[in-house]
Design a protein around this ligand. Structure first.
Ligand code: ZN
Length: 135
């Protein structure tokens, strides 16, 4: 079952240039930065109550975030829903005819299990499911 909006993923060209905006202009607390090799990104997490903001900076030219930035520029990249059972959540989506990017969850930032649904099947919103982990 989906429990909350876990985080909103925002693609940025540079964490160093973007972090001050969230810290100083919005007054949000930087929780941590972390490189996620499997997705070729460096992330920075900010706290916004129960929900987090995840900034995503590409670490390679073939990073999915680099491709997103080339096409769309900086901005909202995905919405992540926290679920208590990611496998069941993926089955439910697949059964409803949604195209999955990941049939099997992978390990994302914070040691969470994560999987993405294809935006062509989700009315334009790249949708992530996540469960477990520390944040
Ligand atoms: Zn995410």
């Amino acid at each position: 079952m989906i429990q909350k909006v876990d985080h909103i993923g925002i693609a940025v060209r540079s964490l160093a240039e973007t972090i001050p905006y969230y810290e100083n202009a919005l007054g949000m607390k930087l929780l941590k930065t972390e490189e996620v090799a499997s997705q070729k990104v460096r992330t920075a997490f900010f706290e916004a109550g129960e929900t987090h903001v995840e900034l995503l900076e590409p670490t390679a030219e073939d990073s999915p975030i680099a491709k997103f930035l080339d096409k769309n520029g900086e901005g909202i990249h995905h919405v992540a829903f926290g679920t208590d059972d990611i496998t069941a959540q993926l089955s439910q989506a697949a059964d409803a005819g949604v195209r999955l990017i990941h049939e099997v969850p992978m390990t994302g930032a914070g040691g969470k299990q994560v999987a993405f649904l294809h935006p062509k099947s989700t009315h334009g919103v790249l949708t992530e499911f996540c469960s477990g982990g520390e944040h």
